[in-house]
Design a protein around this ligand. Sequence first.
Ligand code: SF4
Length: 252
Amino acid sequence: MREVGPGCPSAGRRRLACVPHVETRTGLVRRARKIDRVLAETYPDARCELDFDNAFELLVVTVLSAQTTDKRVNAVRPTLFAAYPTPAAMAAADREALEGIVGPLGFFRAKTESLLKLSAALVQDHGGEVPGRLADLVKLPGVGRKTANVVLGNAFDVPGITVDTHFGRLARRFGWTEETDPVKVEHAVGALFPKRDWTMLSHHLIWHGRRRCHAQKPACGACPLARLCPAYGEGPTDPEAAAKLVRTEGRA
Ligand code: SF4
């Protein structure tokens, strides 16, 4: 049994039925899976919003997406991979030329350095291929667990949970976990779902976080999860006010 009520984000707010104050583990699992089903119906197109044609491209664009938006990375991608289509080509890139291409994404010196080191490691340690194992991916320069799980889930069909800022915030709002450390969130949420669902679950939460369940002013009054979410009321509950907060696509 765990408390979802007092002490939870919804304490003191108007509640919309269906989330009990005290929830059994079974109840939590059922509610979590119901939330995922509702999100799947709400966002049937949910997917990785970064464009890519192969594992190398996905690895690179995911590294580049730090501190910027997927749209900006997608805009740079055609030029980047026309110039450097393989790890070997990128590892041999002229630094200034590469900086010029990734310049619009900000932090261009650090990002260029990351791409050069990453490509060189792929060439030296993996025969110019992106490895398909978490243990190998996280040893690559500039690749953390989040990036590794994006690549595994979307380029290798290996289920992975991607705990970015949206995923962590929503998992806590849903009362799935109180953890703030991304690895702990990953394990806590992973235990609520079958492994096969992990990748799409990640897309569903990230899409919902980008479109409705914003960090500031979530669109609670226009949210299909209102009856399942202990944090209902954290944002405007008036349907008209909430509808104005809904975005039809991710951040530009
Ligand atoms: S928008 Fe509001 S009701 Fe919907 S998931 Fe976020 S906090 Fe919960």
